[in-house]
Design a protein around this ligand. Structure first.
Ligand SMILES: O=C(O)c1ccccc1NCC(=O)[C@H](O)[C@H](O)COP(=O)(O)O
Length: 215
């Protein structure tokens, strides 16, 4: 079944409300330039999130030792690498944390060269396709999904970038077994980092229903 990741959680009560909807993944941004960057105090809550929800640390060209420290201290289940991290960087994390899911994000535009992904096939679990912007993520903008017709590898991917309730029909029309998860963020916010749990509930009802995306 299609999975759901809710990204950019910041505040305790809101984290609890969204965790109550039981998304498959909850993302926390460790990138201080983001308006959704999580504080050290709130980040302490991550390790208490029920194990059924995979907690994802989102990093942008972060020093690898800092990433390792966050994985260990907050018991992160996955990392999402949103900068120009190399395949070797991903391999080192896989080697040090064999159970960690490594999600490598790529900013997609019309000119994206999918052959660049080949070098990451062995060292990542999933790709995440987001809209290319200077801010690296959280733009609220969709990219032209038909560009994914040029994606030829079998590795499953997260679809990201500006996904909103208005896209439910278009998502249902995607016929691609490699679409593993949807990643939602700023289109489900009342302010940066504060999610609208009711709107997410509506999205789950529309999209993440049993039977959808099953072969
Ligand atoms: O959300 C951010 O502020 C952000 C900043 C820098 C790097 C990554 C960031 N978010 C990562 C995500 O996984 C977002 O969900 C993804 O970019 C899509 O966001 P949106 O377009 O707002 O749906």
């Amino acid at each position: 079944m299609l999975k759901l990741k809710v990204c950019g959680m910041r505040l305790a009560a809101n984290i609890a409300a969204v965790a109550g909807l039981q998304p498959d993944y909850l993302g926390f941004i460790f990138y201080e330039k983001s308006p959704r960057a999580i504080s050290d105090v709130s980040a302490e809550l991550i390790k208490y999130i029920p194990a059924e929800i995979k907690t994802v640390g989102v990093f942008v060209n972060e020093d690898i030792e800092t990433v390792k420290e966050k994985i260990s201290s907050l018991k992160l289940k996955a990392v999402q690498l949103h900068g120009s991290e190399t395949p070797e960087y991903c391999a080192e994390l896989k080697s040090d944390f064999p159970n960690l899911e490594v999600i490598k994000a790529f900013g997609i535009d019309e000119d994206f060269d999918f052959s660049a992904l080949e070098a990451y096939l062995a060292t990542t679990d999933y790709f995440l396709f987001d809209t290319k912007t200077k801010a690296h993520g959280g733009s609220g903008k969709t990219f032209n999904w038909s560009v994914l017709d040029r994606y030829t590898y079998t590795k499953p991917y997260f679809l990201s970038g500006g996904i909103d309730l208005e896209h439910t029909t278009a998502i249902k029309n995607i016929n691609d077994d490699r679409l593993y998860a949807l990643d939602i963020n700023s289109r489900f916010e009342t302010e940066p980092g504060l999610k609208d749990a009711e709107k997410i509930k509506e999205f789950i009802k529309e999209i993440i229903t049993p039977g959808f995306n099953q072969g």
